[in-house]
Design a protein around this ligand. Structure first.
Ligand SMILES: [Ca+2]
Length: 333
C-alpha cells in the first residue's frame, strides 16, 4: 500500500483483503435482507480495516510514526473508526449498485449502517467525482486548448459568481511550457512565493493541487465542482445545479432545476431519458450529448472516526471500475 499527498504522484492502493471481502459481498447480491450473514460480512470489514491500518503503518512508517507519537488511546480507536467508515462507505456503494439494478432503493443497508453507526462512532460523506467537470481535460492530448470544455469552465465561473482563479492559471499549470499567459502563472511565479514550489506543467495529480494554482489558493468554491478523476462525461443523475448549467449556455437555472426535479422522481437510466425533461429540445440534447452520462464509477469518500475526545479523518477516492474496487487516493488528517 502506498500513500498519495499534495505534490506527490498518486499510487493505486493494493488492498487485497478488503477487496476479497467486497467481492464476496457482490457475489451475494441476490441475498435478501441483512441477517446474521450480513452482520458477519460488515463486521469482517471492520476487522479488515484494522488489518489495513497495520499494513499502512509498515508501508509509510515515517508518516504513521509521527502520527502515533501524538496518539492517545482514544485517538487510536478514532483512527480505527475512520478506517471502518471508509470501507463501509465502499461496501454501501457496491451494495447500492447491485440494489439499484434489482430493487430500486437500497433501504436495508442504509438502516443497517445507521444501526452500526450507533455502535461505532463514525460518519462519512460520499461525493460523486463524475458529477463534476474534469479540469485535466482542458487541454487535449496534443496540448491544444479544448474550447468547448473551456467554455464550460467559464460558465461555471459565471454561475457561481467566482472572481477568483482564471482559465489562464489552469492552462499554464497543465501546459508543458514555462511561458505565462496574461492572467496565468508559471514556475517563475510559484518559486518566488514564501513557500515555493514548481508549476505542474502537466495534469493535476491530486485535486488538492488545484488550490496551488494562482488564484485558486485557499478554498475557492469553484474547486468543489472540479475533478481530475472522471472520464470527462458528467453524470446527469448526480451533477449539482452549477455543473448542469455549465454544460451549455441554453441550460438556465429553471432548466437545470427541472433536470434535478425529474431525476429525484425517476433517475435517468439512459441519456435519452433527458429528452423527457421540459425545456430539453432535440438540438440542446444533441449539443450536450457528448458531455453527459448516467453512471458513476469514481467516488470521493470523506470519513471521520471519533472516540472520546479524539477524532480522525480520512479522505479517499475509490474507483468501482473493473471487477475489484481500488483506491486512487488516500489521505489521513
Ligand atoms: Ca506551463
Amino acid at each position: 500500500m502506498k500513500l498519495a499527498g499534495i505534490g506527490y504522484p498518486e499510487r493505486t492502493l493494493a488492498l487485497d483483503k478488503p477487496r476479497k471481502v467486497l467481492m464476496t459481498a457482490a457475489r451475494e447480491k441476490n441475498r435478501k435482507g441483512f441477517g446474521s450473514q450480513g452482520t458477519a460480512f460488515l463486521i469482517t470489514i471492520l476487522i479488515v480495516g484494522s488489518l489495513t491500518a497495520l499494513a499502512l503503518a509498515f508501508a509509510q512508517e515515517a508518516i504513521v510514526e509521527v502520527s502515533l507519537s501524538s496518539y492517545s488511546r482514544d485517538g487510536i480507536v478514532a483512527h480505527q473508526n475512520a478506517y471502518s467508515g471508509v470501507f463501509l462507505a465502499l461496501a454501501a456503494l457496491k451494495k447500492e449498485e447491485s440494489d439499484a439494478v434489482e430493487n430500486g432503493q437500497p433501504q436495508e443497508i442504509k438502516a443497517f449502517l445507521e444501526q452500526l453507526k450507533s455502535e461505532f462512532d463514525f460518519s462519512w460523506r460520499v461525493i460523486d467525482e463524475c458529477g463534476k467537470l474534469n479540469v485535466n481535460l482542458l487541454l487535449n492530448a496534443d496540448g491544444e486548448v479544448n474550447e468547448e470544455r473551456s467554455a464550460q469552465i467559464v460558465r461555471l465561473f459565471q454561475t457561481i459568481g467566482s472572481k477568483e482563479g482564471s482559465l489562464d492559471g489552469l492552462f499554464d499549470w497543465l501546459d508543458q511550457d514555462d511561458e505565462p499567459r496574461m492572467n496565468g502563472a508559471e514556475s517563475d511565479y510559484y518559486e518566488n512565493l514564501e513557500d515555493p514550489y514548481s508549476c505542474g506543467n502537466g495534469p493535476f495529480l491530486t485535486t488538492r493541487q488545484i488550490h496551488m494554482v494562482r488564484g485558486f489558493e485557499g478554498a475557492p468554491q469553484i474547486a468543489d465542482f472540479l475533478t481530475i478523476y472522471s472520464d470527462g462525461k458528467v453524470n446527469i443523475n448526480t451533477a449539482p445545479l452549477e455543473v448542469l448549467m455549465s454544460l451549455h449556455e441554453s441550460i438556465d437555472t429553471p432548466t437545470a432545476q427541472m433536470i434535478i426535479r425529474y431525476r429525484q422522481d425517476i433517475p435517468f437510466k439512459t441519456t435519452e431519458d433527458l429528452k423527457n425533461v421540459p425545456g430539453m429540445d432535440d438540438s440542446l440534447f444533441a449539443a450536450i450529448l457528448p458531455w453527459i452520462s448516467v453512471k458513476s464509477r469514481i467516488y470521493s469518500i470523506e470519513a471521520e472516526g471519533r472516540h472520546g475526545d479524539a477524532s480522525f479523518r480520512i479522505l479517499a477516492v475509490a474507483s468501482l471500475e473493473g471487477k475489484k474496487p481500488r483506491f486512487l487516493y488516500w489521505r489521513t488528517l
